[in-house]
Unconditional design. Structure first.
Length: 303
């Protein structure tokens, strides 16, 4: 689990090192992953039969994921790898709210209390009222980070509707990744910098991103979730933005203003509280089997 979290914490770092347009990064990180996933499907094929509807919903989830990736890549350009990853992590809160509204999944009191803490943290990261906020455009960057969270929530809900979360992980990941590649191509006309021409070393970083976060990190996490306590999974997954902040500081010298640091702490604390509260509320009673990793924790390897 720790290995998987460490791998996905480098996602924003590889995107920044590639230094390509947002849609170019989204398309190639998924396109490079498809042949690997196709080969894994042949080796790890299961007896579980998935319907055409399930596969189409997983494909549609991938299209939403493409929008999520593009919005997140824009946020990386505007506020850096560290802060963009932290703001994107508020998908834990947006997924909770969507579950409450759409699925009648009532949140715990702790989760409700943590939500305004997260929102205050996001405002501070945006640099509202601060003259020394770091980033090209902190407010716009946070807006795209929030859009990342909303689109990721859409991705999660579609996967749930497809009934594929925690089941046949390679199959569902292949369908969703294919959808993400198609979705990126649909968004290409909106990106003036989009290019299908591979360049070096940019595409070396994109291939590492595909092999790492898109394939290895996700599969490691999905494999581990059923074998550890839900609260452990929740806590470890929240460490991803912390890892990204560390790598961004060490590799790029990313620094933040005092108010942004405070906002960062509030967001991570709030997201941690929400994930732990949800993990506790989803813990099965003694003698009852869990419905799978998705029942224990809703935070998969987004990026």
């Amino acid at each position: 689990m720790i290995t998987g979290v460490a791998i996905i914490s480098f996602s924003a770092i590889f995107v920044r090192l590639a230094d390509v347009s947002p849609v170019t990064a989204a398309f190639f990180r998924t396109a490079y992953a498809l042949p690997i996933l196709f080969a894994l499907r042949a080796v790890m094929r299961t007896s579980q039969v998935r319907t055409r509807k399930q596969r189409l919903l997983a494909f549609g989830a991938g299209i939403a994921f493409a929008g999520d990736l593009v919005a997140w890549h824009i946020a990386i350009e505007l506020i850096g790898a560290g802060l963009s990853t932290v703001v994107g992590s508020i998908h834990v809160v947006t997924t909770m709210i969507a579950g409450w509204i759409l699925l009648s999944q009532k949140p715990t009191r702790l989760a409700v209390l943590a939500t305004p803490v997260v929102l205050i943290g996001v405002v501070l990261i945006a640099g509202v009222g601060s003259a020394d906020a770091q980033g090209k455009d902190p407010i716009l960057g946070v807006a795209f980070g929030a859009l990342t969270a909303v689109l990721y929530t859409t991705f999660i809900l579609l996967l749930r509707q497809a009934g594929t979360m925690g089941a046949a992980p390679v199959e569902s990941l292949f369908d969703a990744t294919a959808g993400a590649a198609v979705g990126a191509l649909l968004l290409a006309p909106l990106d003036s910098g989009f290019s299908l021409v591979p360049t070096w070393p940019a595409h070396g970083w994109l291939f590492l991103l595909a092999l790492g976060a898109q394939v290895t990190g996700w599969l490691l996490i999905n494999y581990t979730l059923p074998h550890i306590e839900a609260w452990e999974a929740s806590l470890l997954l929240v460490l991803q933005p912390g890892g990204t902040i560390l790598w961004a500081y060490l590799l790029f010298g990313e620094v933040f203003s005092v108010s942004q640091w405070l906002g960062l702490v509030l967001v991570i604390a709030g997201v941690t509280a929400v994930t732990l509260a949800r993990a506790r509320s989803n813990r099965p009673a003694p003698g009852v089997q869990s419905a799978g990793p998705a029942a224990a924790v809703d935070v998969s390897a987004e990026t």
